[in-house]
Design a protein around this ligand. Structure first.
Ligand code: ZN
Length: 160
């Protein structure tokens, strides 16, 4: 990671990288989604337990990749737990926009996720940060359309 990344952002990202949240695999899950980021080689596996009220009861993220991809997945795991699918879809689209430098309209407190803004200074890293979010969006989409929760891998190359 570059020395130029804002100190505060860097500290938060490294904290998540060193101790990723949501590490524990779920016994009970109804969404699995795999993503990869060919431009950097990051691989991410995600599991979700969606309860009967369509809230994310639990989340597991296992990312093997660079600091940015791991930190982004960790922040995602921390942030989406307990939220509804509707909320999660909304925030995912906003985070995508934020990362791509498009106008986002985030009104809520997104906590550590705010530090991902720092990644925009490094265009080659944007897809690393996006990986967890596109994997989440794909997983939720498949869940809502009743697809079998396996047998697909989303790529950051498909997001444009
Ligand atoms: Zn990466």
């Amino acid at each position: 990671m570059s020395e130029n990344l804002d100190d505060m952002y860097r500290e938060i990202i490294l904290d998540h990288y060193k101790a990723p949240r949501g590490k524990k695999p779920l016994d009970d899950k109804n969404v699995t989604s795999d993503g990869h980021n060919p431009s950097c080689g990051d691989e991410l596996k995600m599991e979700l337990k969606v309860d009967s009220k369509n809230n994310i009861a639990d989340v597991h993220v296992n990312c093997k990749g660079c600091a940015i991809s791991v930190a982004s997945g960790s922040m995602l795991a921390e942030f989406i737990k307990g939220k509804s699918l509707e909320e999660v879809k909304k925030i995912s689209e906003q985070i995508k926009k934020m990362l791509k430098g498009e106008e986002s309209n985030i009104t809520e407190d997104i906590g550590d996720l705010d530090s991902l803004k720092g990644v925009r200074q490094f265009p080659v890293r944007i897809k690393c940060a996006l990986l967890a979010w596109v994997t989440l969006i794909e997983g939720v989409d498949k869940f809502e359309h009743g697809s079998k929760p396996d047998s697909f891998t989303v790529s950051t190359e498909d997001t444009d």
